[in-house]
Ligand binder design. Structure first.
Ligand SMILES: Nc1ncnc2c1ncn2[C@@H]1O[C@H](COP(=O)(O)OP(=O)(O)O)[C@@H](O)[C@H]1O
Ligand SMILES: [Mg+2]
Length: 239
């Protein structure tokens, strides 16, 4: 029997020996110490670990929002550390969507306008049409004219998810996307992320405190004080 195709593919995300240090009031602080991991296209990958273990810092480096002090991050074959900020921003725009714990919507823009924004920045003429389709996919057509303050937390996060995938990214990064939501709403938001992973083959890289959410991923890695403590066994990608 042939192995599933994703097992043969080059990783879409490949981090080697990634370290991040910052200068603090008490000297150098080593936030990440030689983290290596590889994620294949179509996987769902969870990063877990105690608060302060370096999860958010790692996610930012993997998504090209920040640069490592040492080591390499390759995103779809692009070595991010070899690119200048502008070229890195270009890779991000083309390949990456990002969902934050605290939604990060622009309060002065309606839901639909928040979702249109990344497309308008690219100068696309079909921004409104695509934003409406993305909001429809997260079940928010009836709320598209609302401002963020007029939406519940779960609705705001669904708008943020629509904004993160409206440009069709190959990878979706999410930092504790259900962390500010009650359990039921969090479940709905998580279902949307896994539906994108399943239906569009969008690779999902997720930071979470929730063991149930991590267990839904094909693989997980646990950080402890900036190092990989363990890598979970791989589950087959469900069809
Ligand atoms: N820019 C920074 N300057 C100084 N310390 C930082 C910075 N970013 C993160 N840290 C510290 O690094 C550690 C890891 O942070 P973080 O990546 O946010 O962890 P997590 O997301 O796992 O809670 C924490 O102790 C945090 O205070
Ligand atoms: Mg964090």
């Amino acid at each position: 029997m042939n192995a599933p195709s994703h097992l043969n593919a080059e990783p879409i995300l490949d981090a080697r020996d990634v370290s991040k240090s910052v200068r603090g009031p008490e000297g150098q602080l080593d936030i990440l110490r030689g983290v290596s991991l590889a994620v294949r296209e179509g996987e769902s990958f969870a990063i877990v670990g105690a608060s302060g273990s370096g999860k958010t810092t790692l996610l930012g480096l993997l998504a090209g929002l920040d640069t490592p002090s040492a080591g390499s991050v390759r995103l779809d074959g692009h070595a991010l550390e070899a690119l200048d900020e502008e070229a890195r921003a270009d890779v991000r725009r083309r390949l990456v969507g990002f969902v934050f714990q605290s939604f990060h919507l622009l309060p002065a823009l309606r839901a639909e306008e928040n979702v249109m924004l990344p497309l308008e920045l690219e100068g696309r003429s079909d921004a409104r049409e695509r934003a409406r389709a993305a909001l429809d996919a997260v079940g928010l057509t009836p709320r598209r004219r609302h401002y963020p303050a007029q939406l519940s937390g779960g609705e705001q996060q669904r708008v943020a998810i629509a904004r993160a995938f409206v440009h069709g990214p190959r990878l979706l990064f999410a930092d504790e996307p259900t962390g500010n939501l009650d359990q039921r709403t969090g479940q709905h938001v998580a279902d949307l992320l896994f539906a994108l992973n399943r239906d569009r083959q969008t690779t999902l890289v997720l930071v979470t405190h929730d063991p149930k959410l991590a267990a839904r991923c094909t693989r997980q890695v646990e950080l402890q004080q900036g190092s990989v403590l363990r890598t979970g066994a791989e589950r087959a990608v469900s069809a």
